[in-house]
Design a protein around this ligand. Structure first.
Ligand SMILES: [Zn+2]
Ligand SMILES: [Zn+2]
Length: 383
């Protein structure tokens, strides 16, 4: 079928993106789903900093690529009609790490580190290999999938292992957030760091993932929770959400130590900066944990006094996909949201259409926006 997708041809476009237009709405051929795959209608998709990292070249991916990896969708057809896992009409949240279920990491319960999924995502291919996206012109050049999702489009073919069924009553702009921001941020605290109730938590960076980590910490019983961000608006939001204090980066370490009467048990770094990771390591108490969910440019090096790992007994943990098992964690986080304990709708800054997407990425790059959502079906109806 013919679809319209936001296509990235080259990375490193000049700012503002509203003028350079790195993402072009392009007509593409979408092949039918193979056995074990689903054709889905994308109902809502979120703009995430890792999309921006592909656009600006911090995260090198093969191009051309149809971007977007955080979405809620509706199943249209199954590649194998006898597949019992899904039915047409099912509402699904898409996860950006398709886990094969068979490799050693998967059978060890660490599907977020799936070997085959990582290779497929690095190549911009489906978990079952190859691409289902092609240009419509004569050459039929194949187009890469972004993390097995490619959600800035009206439809997509995804592996069934990328999809988690949810109830249809959840507002679309809220449901989409569970695919990346919430899964990553809440999971970093509850899964990767195994937060214990009563531990103190500091969060560097109040983007979508950082705020989700803050909410996850509050839901998991962290007390107190403090936050660090240069934006006064985001600090104010953190306080509204339940943070005990929020600080600008200058002088934050001393202010936090004074506020806590000591150092935090757990520090989350969500900025994607090696320098901030070093600050997080310096801030955490002896014996404490630092969890990082940011994706710095690959050239950045992280430097700490080597002896401090032993001498201070600190732990540094990398958290990919919030160490999540999506089929387990998305329903859990939705249950917390229904109970009012994970108000993730507060992360929403703005909604728009695919045609607005470059301007919306400017708002993300400047730090003005937290989470923005596009509704690809609005254009389809009006086209
Ligand atoms: Zn993301
Ligand atoms: Zn696997």
């Amino acid at each position: 079928m013919k679809i319209t997708a936001a296509l990235l041809e080259t990375s490193g476009a000049a700012h503002p993106y509203a003028a350079s237009m790195p993402l072009r709405l392009t007509a593409l051929d979408l092949a039918p789903p193979r056995a074990g795959e689903l054709l889905v209608r994308i109902d809502a998709a979120g703009l995430c900093h890792s999309d921006l990292s592909v656009i600006n070249g911090d995260r090198l991916r093969p191009l051309p690529m149809a971007l977007g990896h955080e979405a809620v969708a509706t199943v249209v057809t199954l590649g194998d009609p006898d597949d019992q896992r899904f039915a047409p009409g099912d509402r699904v949240v898409l996860s950006f790490m398709p886990a094969c279920g068979e490799c050693l990491r998967c059978v060890s319960g660490e599907g977020y580190l799936c070997d085959r999924g990582a290779v497929a995502n690095g190549a911009g291919e489906m978990l079952r290999g190859g691409s289902r996206l092609h240009r419509c012109d004569g050459a039929q050049e194949s187009v890469r999938h972004h993390l097995g999702v490619s959600a800035f489009a009206d439809h997509a073919v995804v592996d069934a292992r990328s999809a988690v069924r949810i109830d249809a009553d959840i507002p679309l702009e809220v449901a989409a957030l569970f695919g990346c921001a919430v899964l990553t941020g809440v999971g970093a605290v509850l899964n990767t760091a195994s937060l214990k109730a009563g531990e103190s938590l500091a969060v560097y960076g109040l983007g979508g993932v950082g705020l989700a980590a803050l909410l996850g910490g509050l839901a998991g019983g962290a007390i107190p929770v403090v936050a660090i961000d240069p934006s006064a608006d985001k600090r104010a939001l953190a306080l509204e959400l339940g943070a005990a204090a929020a600080f600008a980066p200058d002088g934050a370490e001393d202010a936090i130590v004074a506020h806590l009467g000591g150092r935090p048990d757990l520090v989350v770094e969500s900025v994607g900066s090696a320098r901030v990771l070093e600050l997080a390591y310096g801030l955490v108490r002896r014996g404490g944990r630092v969890v990082t969910v940011g994706l710095p440019n690959p050239r950045e090096m992280f430097s700490i006094p080597a002896v401090s790992l032993v001498g201070d007994g600190k732990t540094v943990m990398g958290s990919y996909l919030g160490s999540a098992i999506p089929a387990r964690d998305i329903p859990r986080y939705i249950a917390l949201w229904r109970a009012g304990r994970l108000p993730v709708e507060r992360l929403l800054s703005n909604v728009g259409q695919l045609k607005d997407i470059n301007t919306m990425f400017d708002a993300l790059a400047s730090g003005a926006a937290i989470r923005q959502i596009v509704f690809p079906q609005i254009e389809r109806k009006s086209a």
